[in-house]
Ligand binder design. Sequence first.
Ligand code: GUN
Ligand code: FE
Length: 473
Amino acid sequence: MAADKKNTVFYGTFIHSKKLDELEYLHNTAVFVDSNGKILAVERDCDLDNIATTLFPKLGWQAGNVATEKIKDGQFFFPGFIDTHLHASQYPNVGIFGKSTLLDWLNRYTFPLEASLADPAKARAVYTRCIRKTLSHGTTCAAYYATVDVPSTNLLADLCAASGQRALVGRVCMDQLSPAWYRDESPEASVAATRASIAHIRGIDPAMEIVRPVITPRFAPSCSAPLLRMLGELARETGLPVQTHISENVGEIALVKELFPPALTGAADESYAGVYDAFGLLTDKTILAHAVHLSEGEAELIRERGAKVSHCPCSNSAITSGAARVRWLIEKGVVCGLGTDMSGGYSPSVLEAARLAALVSRHVAMGGDEGAKLSVEEVLYLATRGGAEVVGLEKKVGGFEVGKEWDAQLVALGEVDVDGTVKGVEAGEAEDGNVDVFGWESWEERVAKWLFNGDDRNTRKVWVKGRLVHERK
Ligand code: GUN
Ligand code: FE
């Protein structure tokens, strides 16, 4: 057995979602993770000193070959975050969007940046930082859009595999309505390039343990009807997931109506969801980003097909797309997760997306739907278990159960001492101090303080499939 591939017992407090509106708090708990990153056992209310004699034999473990990760009181393990929608290629533009809205934002900020990543050195720098940054914020799994360029897309997949971040990586397909210097030459060329990228990604991770390909029509307006049809056929042929954007902005929706009349698509009506459905792109492996302005009928259709929604509140607020009605979608039975949609969204942090999901839901509530408010527990569910379902990995990640893989983050808040200093910080040293905990807060209150004031300073360690992929020094 390789020296770095040990069995590990993690010990302390574990917090994860039990259901949509309930977190479960497991204290004095041991989680046993084997050398392949799989959770073999979860023992609650146990004594770390005794488990070597009582539990290791049951697992066939020898004490000499087990690493122990015991965390301090007040710290907790939380499942890694799942970012169900972001553009790695747009990372340099975080925060740069001015007063734009979607269609002018694409032309002014986004297409020039994405096209420039055909330069491999630039792509390497951007993707390397994007992966490091998202890992540092606790993102253990990301559904990435790369660019139109095949080598640039393949490089993103290589870097995810090397850094150990779980990822779906998609080459962006688009053959119309963008400048000639940033689009596929024909539907056939788009599909051929997509196949080449799929083959590369399968080559680096044949068992799809960490990285997998995803078919990525940018959004309906960027794709001709023949291209959408061919990508729908490719999805059926390969069984691969699909990711795209839907119903983000009112101008975009008007454009889809104009470009895809029922006479062209053969759909029963002129709805946006109906366009994807007509081309075989609305399946139970489809991730639809935004879904802000859906009609009742579209939400029904999405539920029927089993397609999933990536809610992107940071982006929807920044580029003024609208306030998605998440409660309404959930009550309709549509599976939802969270996306940063960087750089439509200004932040690479899923915790920020969760915080904004809570706030945007309050704006929906202030618009008259009191029941729309999402709780702390609900947005953290969306950030973990909901996201896992959206990307089709709910059997592998999202919580701490036997059989799942160890994708986790260690969270530490600032524990304030009686003299008002933060414990563990020596005199004269800088304090992080972004979340102060005084010791009287309940665990529910600690988690609420983390959600609303926390950031990457609180994310001390991050693991994917048992491998330590980030440590804050
Ligand atoms: N619609 C089509 N492309 C994009 C994109 O890159 N970001 C967002 N937010 N919406 C899109
Ligand atoms: Fe997007």
